[in-house]
Design a protein around this ligand. Sequence first.
Ligand code: PMP
Length: 449
Amino acid sequence: AYDHVLETHRQHLSPVVTAYFQKPLLLHQGHMEWLFDSEGNRYLDFFSGIATVSVGHCHPKLNAVAQKQLGRLWHTSSVFFHPPIHKYAEELAALLPEPLKVIFLVNSGSEANDLAMLMARAHSKNSDIISFRGAYHGCSPHTLGLTNIRTFKMKLLSGMGCQSTMCPDVFHGPWGGSHCRDSPVQTIRTCSCAPDCCQAKDQYIEQFKDTLNTSVASSIAGFFAEPIQGVNGVVQYPKGFLKEAFELVRERGGVCIADEVQTGFGRLGSHFWGFQSHEVLPDIVTMAKGIGNGFPMAAVVTTQEIAKSLAKCLLHFNTFGGNPMACAIGSAVLEVIKEEKTQENSQEVGTYILLKLAKLRDEFDIVGDVRGKGLMIGIEMVQDKMSRRPLPQEEVNQIHEDCKDMGLLLGRGGIFSQTFRVVPPMCITKPEADFAVEVFRSALIQHME
Ligand code: PMP
């Protein structure tokens, strides 16, 4: 049966999506932080799909709410009014600071960022958009321009390298953030609190200014930033960097967009939104993934002023955005986050995992860096701490596979896919964290033998 599945996959599912493991998992069931395969083996899910299952697989409360709504009304689009959308809009707006109170509901992070781009252009009346190197903001034709990770770029025409030709107005700022020395982009240590961060910040601000001055002259529509880069391998900015970058963008007439697709809904522990940890107030916030605990939904939140600028320019519509099922589930997710104190758990268990992993970093030369915040953690694998070259793919793959075989699913990220990503559902417990770190340690020992 397993071979048949592999064959069906090969024949009928697009090869553009590559499976995570040499021997792909056939997942049948999920319960909170655990997943079960077809043979009944269980896996501790340390990647939540892709950083998506925020409060737990098949959470009983969400199941009950979804079933109730299923029996009542599945679908109507946002041109018709229905109670779940108003309830949800009120609840989500209450979680954002003034003046971020106007909500547009869509279905995915890419759609949310596409819409944010339209808003930035409509409001500023400029066209140029800036994002960071190593950024990931989506895979739609427009957000592909914002995304700056080589493997996602389409090599369209010879001589155009890996640049996406589909969104030519996007310029990428200076941030590279890999810990590895032979990264093709900027190389600096990306720890959150190293004493050299102040120096790094000034250096990067200078480069950011260069990007603004040389690439986009004086007209900027918008600037996108993930509060912590996720797909790039959990990359953090030096303290104060984002705040200054926001000021520079605003001086040139641009609006600032926080992409909270991975960092929102309490995942970082200390704050509900990632932008709060940088002490900045964005003009637009985009969110997806954890917002629906795996149910497809996403949102763009902005100010009345920006929302009105967009409405003056065009009619915009989304068939499924804000449908009754999504809104009912979204409300239930917010309730669970509050009732079960998942943000507090992110802070507590996240810090606990970070400290345990830091010990592994000291113990193993191939663990180059451990970084992150709350339950968004990166473990960067290197050949050795001296050279800081990325550990070869096959070796990282083997450790990844070994962890899976011992019951732990980790994520991957970084330009060389050299960083393991720890982004579990926020209901994870300390004993489960102990199990995960022990499995990872065993895989490292196996690798050294
Ligand atoms: N922004 C960020 C920060 C993301 O991590 C992702 C998805 N990895 C997206 C946007 C795109 O979201 P989606 O896949 O739902 O379109």
